[in-house]
Every structure is written in structure tokens, then in C-alpha cells.
Ligand binder design. Sequence first.
Ligand code: FUC
Length: 820
Amino acid sequence: MKIYWIGIVLFFGVSLSAQQTNDLKLWYTNPAGTVWENALPLGNGFQGAMVYGNIEKEIFQLNEATVWSGSPNRNDNPNAKQALGEIRNLIFQGEYKKAEKLINENIITKKSHGQMFQPVGNLELSFSDQHNFTDYYRELDIEKAVAKTTYKVNGITYTREAFTSFPDRVLVIKLSADKPGKLSFRAHFTSQHKKQEITINGTNELSLSGTTSDHEGIEGKVKFNALAKFKVKGGQINTTGNSIQIEGADSVLIYVSIATNFINYKDISGSEKELAKSFLNKAFDKNYDKMKQAHIAQYQKYFKRVTLDLGTSTASKVPTDERLANFRNVSDPSFVTLYYQYGRYLLISSSQPGGQPANLQGIWNAGMTPAWDSKYTININTEMNYWPAEKTNLSEMHEPLLKMIQELGQTGKETAKVMYGARGWMAHHNTDIWRINGAVDGATWGVWNAGGGWLSQHLWEHYLYTGDKKYLESVYETLKGAADFYADFLVKDPTNGWLVVAPGNSPENSPAAHQGSAVTAGSTMDNQIVFDVFSSVIKASEVLGKNKQYTNSLKTLRNMLPPMQIGKHNQLQEWVDDVDDPKDNHRHISHLYGLYPSNQISAYRTPELFAAARNTLLQRGDISTGWSMGWKVNWWAKMQDGNHAYSLIQNQLTPLGVNKEGGGTYNNLFDAHPPFQIDGNFGCTSGITEMLMQSSDDAIHLLPALPDALKEYGEIRGLKARGGFEIKDLKWKDGKLIALTIQSNLGGNLRLRTPNEIKLKNNKELKTAAGKNPNVFYQTEEVKKTLIAAAATIKPLDINSTNLYDIETEKGKIYSFVIK
Ligand code: FUC
């Protein structure tokens, strides 16, 4: 009878709690089974784990961020330098295919095309006595960063809980049953690595050690060690072969540490064994509840900085996989909230200060030869990973990327010199843990040389949000190095006399009119990136009072870049000549870099380019790979078209297979390129932010793209805006901004753009803004006058009218506003 009641209480307890707090939980009524994309991700920036929640054979698939194939290496192709002149001549003569051939022979690397992020292995727990289970439930609580599975077998309720501790750097698993002596299972490690050893240390510790793969001629030299140590309450623990057998325990704690010999991209002299042992031993004596508390506290320090409430509906009451299946056909606003916060969860879990940046799969990968090596594709994907970092108040999570950029600034100097005879530093379209900068894959992808330039803008963006001059000083040389490269590399286009990047690409796209080749000179994206690189170095130099003469020379060069052009289809031209195909639906829309993440195309400053960008977006269409749809959410937000942005969110939050020839989302809400690529998750989180608040175009623009589906009510707290402003509270009702509180962390003019009139909470009227925003963080560079094709008939768009206010703020003060 007693057991019966516990069962009832637990049953209702489970379903009630799921209903009450389902906004911030991914939950399911089935185990992951054999599908990796059903498993739930845990991570602390160093360790990653995928939790399957399987009953008979539970799997914790393990990753460690520095387990990569190969070892320190470079992949420059020094032949590039002597072939460069000929390649340029061929491009300028329109001989794209011949140029492509020379590039493949002389610029593309003859060495490694980048190394692979590899898994460690699995910790598997086999429960031979658990077959017929009922009341199954599993969840990932993204408010706490804890995964849990519960189920019943023979009237006994079993619970498994797991988290990857932020402070302790170990995965901790707790297994328990509501009756004593009922836990029996066998635990062992498995690994796909060729060079591996599984052993038992003493009576209660499993060890898996190994060395990563050789790849493309580079010897694998990363050594890793995973240790799993068991603390058993009641029952018995024995070793059998390479397994640990637990019989009749009341509860079991498992501590899993992983370490490698990787110290940095040029040093792998660490001791994986000592480090793994020291993490493990420090954690092993700690009390589980206290460890869990400390873990949650450290996680929430970041996570809780932003809260989002979009309201809820009955559609939210079903498991996450069902919500995903239903989302495009029902109103389920809290699913947007869940997905939004999941993006922040994934960034906190895969990118921690002192660690590696989130790669193509963040920190989660089960395959020995993952798609695109699960490395860093820097012609969009890696940058996209970090779009949510600053604005969703996770500035510290940006650190691993900012560090990688500075390391590329070192390794990329030699590449600039030996390949192109240029000063400064550069990177092509890929890098890896060894910070390679050479050109990989082939001319269609790899000759693009703006990877360093684009990444360098993250250094500047971090400053725009934080105003930290000491930091800016510390990254200045890297920022300047990106400009130095272009100052030397740009070449005069003989047709127009503009300075252009040659050879280059508009990432991965090949116009038919260029003989179907992607090789080009002066692609719009390249021009936009060089424009930004020069502009940010000019500004950074002014902020730091440096190099006046040098910045003047950059201004001269900047003036000689090609202008943006509007082509005969009223589109923004992707290439220097008007060869866009309005039926082209390529996933990269690289020339809209100027709209987002850059700020060169503006509704207010460049209305014709803005209208052309919209036409380009319409011509390219919506459905595409996961990350492409994520980017489009940001673009439509910049277009101030909330409904279109929302329909992209619907397209993205669609189970894989429904969108014909497009991506979608897996049951664990990982983005599907397909396959899984985490950029789409981060891109969409960024895009949702841009729908609610933008701080790029001369002002903080509130509710710029609120869709009808989310108009009724909502509130977001804690967003960050450029210039050190924190949007402590932003609330809307029926599409109107009804409350707003902003903290000014740096002082200076706060320019607000609002959908309806507001005033200060103390009833004081606000000053209407006029002229340029005097706030230095909002000073946008004027782009060169647009060129418009003779056949174009472009008209500026009608955009919603807004109110523009200026408030002179004091550093540290909080300002509250109400509806007028
Ligand atoms: C770029 C994209 C692909 C993919 C790859 C990792 O090359 O064009 O779609 O995302 O990166």
C-alpha cells in the first residue's frame, strides 16, 4: 500500500513539475535509444557528455575539448607567392577557371586540410535486471544544467541524475532507488580509438587512456585519460575483467574526470594522467549535494542574467519532441523561450574562459571522423557561434574565441608572409585546434582569405559592449595586424580602379557568368569585411590615441574600396559585376554580412541598399541549411519584419525531414544542417534577441521586429547593448513598449528608438534626438555612395515610424521609463 502511494505521488509529482516548469526543461517520455541526437548534452566548457537515459544500457558519451587528431603543425603553401601575380591577371581577364586551376595547384595546401575533433569514448552502465519499465521520464533542466532520468521497474522507482560540474571539472552521476539494495549494474568504458587502453585502478576506478588519430600526414599525439571512480552506498563492488560490477547497492555516485596532454596549440607536454587524477581526487571526497549546489550556482551566475517570458499556451504541456513536431502549426510561445535559453545554455556549456571555443558541434561529438572534422569553419559558422555572447550577457563566454583569434594572429603572420608577402596576419576559411591558417579544401572554398579579417571584428565588438580600454590595448596589435594584411594585399582592379581582394570568393558561391567558378576579385563581402577591419582599427587607434599617420593611410585605402552596388534585379550585388541569378538559393548570402552582423546597410542611413538587401533575401528564399535559416532570422529582424523572422524560426524549429532539401531541428533541439551543427542554435538565439532589441544602428532600438505571434505580451530582462548599457527590463503588451529600465555602465548618451512614445518614470519628458549620436560607441562609418545599375528601379521601403530620444546618462545609474 505504501509503495502504491509513493508511486501515485511520484507520478503526479513528475507530471506536475514538468508542467509547472516546462519552459526551461527539455523532457521526454522515451529513452534516446540508439539515436545520438535524442541524447541530452551536458558540458562545462572542458568536458562534454551526451546522456541517453537508456534503461538496460545507459550511455554517457564523453568528450573533452582538446581531444583532436594530429599535433602542432602548419599548412601554408609557399608556392602561393610566385603564382599570385599570374592568378590575379587571369581573374582580371575573366579567365576564372584558369585562375582556379592555378590556385588549386599553388595556394591550396599540400599538407593537412585541418584536423578532427574526436570523442573520448563512452561510459556504459548495463542493468541486466531492468527490462519492463514504466513511468519513464527524462529531462534536461537548463535552468540548473542537470539531467535526470526516472522510471519504475517492479514497483521500484529508479532515479539517475548527472551534471558536468563547472567548479570541479568532473561529470558526476548519481544513481538511486527508492528501496534499499536494489541497484545492480556493470560499468565499463568503450572507445573507438585505435590506440587505447582500458584498465582498472584498485577496486573502484576505471581508466580509459588513448592517443588521438593520425590524420592527413600529421601524427596524432594528443594523449587523453578518462577516469571513473565509484562511491557505493550499501551492496558490493567488484571488478570483473575491465568492468566494475555493483550488486545490491542503495545508491551509487560516479565521478568522471578527463584530461589531456594539451597545453596550447604549440605545446602538448602536459600530463593527462596527473591532471585527470587531480580533478578526480579533489572531487571524490566532496559531498554530492554540495557539489551540485556549487555547480548550479556557478552556472546560474551566467544563465540567470537573462530571463525571457513570452507567455505560454496549452501547446507547451507535451514532451519536447512533440512540441517540436507541433510547433509550426500551433501557438507555443514558450517553446521560443525554451529554444532561446537553450542557445544560452549551450554556449555556457561549450565555451568557458580558459577553454577552447565552441567548434562546429560545440563540444559534443561521437564520431571519429565527424562532418567537416567538427573543426572551425570561419567563413560563417564559428562567428555565428558567438553572436549571442555579448548581447545575451555572456561576455565571458566570448573569451575562448577572442583568445583563439589572438593565437591565429600569431600563427597567421607567417602565412601572410610566406604565402602572400604581406605584413600582418591572415587566415583562410578554416582553422583547427592547431591554429592552422593555410588554404584548404579547394579554390571554391579555401582561397577566401577573410577568415582572419572577419574574426578580428569580434575583438572590436567585445570592446563596444564592455568599453574596456585595457582589454582593447591588449588586443590592439592583433586587430591592427588584420588591417596590415589587407593594406599590403589589396590590389587595383584594372577595370574600375578600385582596390580589391584578389583572389577571393563570395563564400562558396559560384556565378554561372564567371564560368561557374567561385574564384573572384572584389566580392561584396570581402569589400565589406575590409571596410570593417579598417574602420575598427581607425577607431581603436583613436580611442587609444595611437598611430595617427597610419590611420590616415587606412582612411585613404578605405576610400578606394568598391562601393556596394544595386544590380539589375534590384538586388544587392554579390559580385563586383552584375551577375547575380535571382533564382539562386545558395545557403550563403555572404554579401548580406553588411546588413548583419555588420552594420553598413541601414534602414535609416542607406535606404536604397536596405531595400536591395530585402530583395536579395526574398530572391534567395527561406528554407535552407540550419545555420542559413538562423542567419535569416537575424536579417529579417534587421529588416524590421518580425513576421518573416518568426516564420524562419518556425522553419528552423521543424523536425528534420519536413523541410524539403533543408535543415531543421533534432529531438534534443540540436540544430540540423543536417547533420548536427551548433551554429544554427546560436544563430537563432541571436536572431530572437535582434527581434526584441538591436544596438547597431546609431541607437538602442527596442522591439524592432516583434511578430504578431509574440505581440500580446512579453518581457525580457538582462540583455546587453553596445556602449555598456544593460536592458534590465523590457516589457511589452499588445505590441507596445510598456516598461523599460536601463542601466548605464559607462555613462554617455543613451539614444533610444521606440515603437511608441515613452517618458521617464518620474514623469519627466524625454528630449527628442537630433543629429548624430554623440555616443562614441554608436558612431557608424559612412559607406561609399551606392552604385545603381541602369535597369534597377529601387525605392526605399516603408518602415514603421519610431520615436527617437536622447538621454544623457551617468555611469552606473539606472533609468526607468514608462508609456506616455
Ligand atoms: C560551410 C558551409 C557548409 C557547412 C560547413 C561546415 O562550408 O557552407 O554548409 O556549414 O561550412
